[in-house]
Design a protein around this ligand. Structure first.
Ligand code: ASP
Length: 339
């Protein structure tokens, strides 16, 4: 009996492992966000609402297809984020916001929850898909973050697509900058479709749990409209706006970046789970609904734990968000639950 048990452990890694022949776990899940801010019902035209819903669904389905076919959480989050980077509706890649000097500087990060490897780029102006550059930094260098020209040179060498900075330009964001300058404020986004003086939306992110039980997170953004040149937000800072750890959870944040950095928000949630034995929902709720507003910050996040639980708290009026599980039903939301 003793030897039989020993054999079982060697053969399956655990006495509780699935019997041979059983298909891999069905609890895979992907969750995404397209930014948090002043997104209130009735402010967007039905057409704009539909455009956002379709874009979020497209990103969810792309990641789902990868997960369903046994692909990695890392591949799923990269694919979902890339789709949103290519869509001018979001403040990431094409359609990103301008800094104070009228330049678009992009930030992105990815993290692999299995290995705790991470990669990020910051202040890049010519990389079409910053999330892929972040992944290349993680996989092809001994570093975690590359900035500006160095990051762009590396991305070109890694075979990634570079574009003229004009590619990222959108009229909407240019107007946002002029408005922000008039108000002399630093705003993440003011979209004319969302008629609000405090409209703040657009950063994109994704978290996933794959069929092998691995977690990953990715975030991409243009940062905050009218930001100072060289400003780095939370998205590329591992542990602040992006974090993944197979022992706890995967998190991608959106909101006023400085506060996420000061609170080391994503990693703190992971620590609350690991050392404080809190649930994902409790820990994320504590940080986003209490500690963040207590400092004067705002925003939200999407997160998934190792058991596939998902939480998407925010303390703003709304947050573009959605999730998709093994049943393949894409759930997309924008406003507060119940609105
Ligand atoms: N967190 C982003 C930043 O501060 C902006 C956002 O999510 O709206 O760069």
């Amino acid at each position: 009996m003793k030897y039989f048990l020993f054999f079982l452990i060697i053969a399956h890694g655990s006495v509780f492992a699935q019997p041979p022949g059983k298909p891999p776990a069905e609890k895979f899940i992907l969750a995404i966000h397209g930014g948090a801010g002043s997104i209130k019902k009735g402010q967007m035209s039905p057409e704009t609402e539909k455009l956002y819903a379709a874009a979020l669904e497209q990103a969810l389905v792309a990641g789902y297809t990868i997960l369903k076919n046994g692909g990695s959480a890392l591949n799923a989050v990269e694919a979902a984020v890339k789709i949103m980077e290519d869509n001018p509706l979001f403040n990431a890649g094409k359609g990103a916001v301008f800094n104070n000097e009228g330049v678009i500087e992009l930030d992105a990060a990815v993290m692999n929850g299995k290995t705790l490897e991470a990669g990020a780029v910051t202040g890049v102006t010519t990389i079409k898909n910053p999330v892929s550059a972040a992944r290349a930094v993680m996989e092809k260098t001994a570093h975690v973050m590359l900035a500006g020209k160095g990051a762009e040179k590396f991305a070109a060498g890694a075979g990634l697509e570079l574009v003229d900075p004009a590619y990222f330009f959108t009229e909407t964001r240019w107007k946002n900058l002029q408005k922000a300058k008039e108000a002399d404020s630093v705003e993440r986004n003011q979209s004319p479709e969302i008629k609000s003086s405090e409209g703040k939306i657009g950063t994109v992110g994704a978290v996933a749990l794959d069929r092998s039980g691995n977690l990953a997170a990715a975030t991409s953004t243009g940062g905050m409209s009218n930001k100072k040149p060289g400003r780095v937000g939370d998205a590329p800072v591992i542990g602040a706006g992006t974090y993944a750890n197979n022992s706890t959870c995967a998190i991608s944040c959106t909101g006023w970046g400085e506060f996420y950095i000061r609170l080391v928000l994503a990693k703190t949630i992971s620590d609350m789970m690991e050392f404080g034995k809190m649930s994902l929902e409790q820990a994320a709720g504590e940080m986003v609904l209490k500690r963040l507003p207590a400092l004067g910050g705002d925003g939200g996040l999407v997160a998934i734990d190792v058991n596939g639980h998902c939480t998407m708290p925010f303390n703003t009026a709304g947050m573009f968000r959605g999730f998709i599980k093994a049943d393949g039903k894409a759930v997309v939301k924008m406003y507060k639950d119940g609105d």
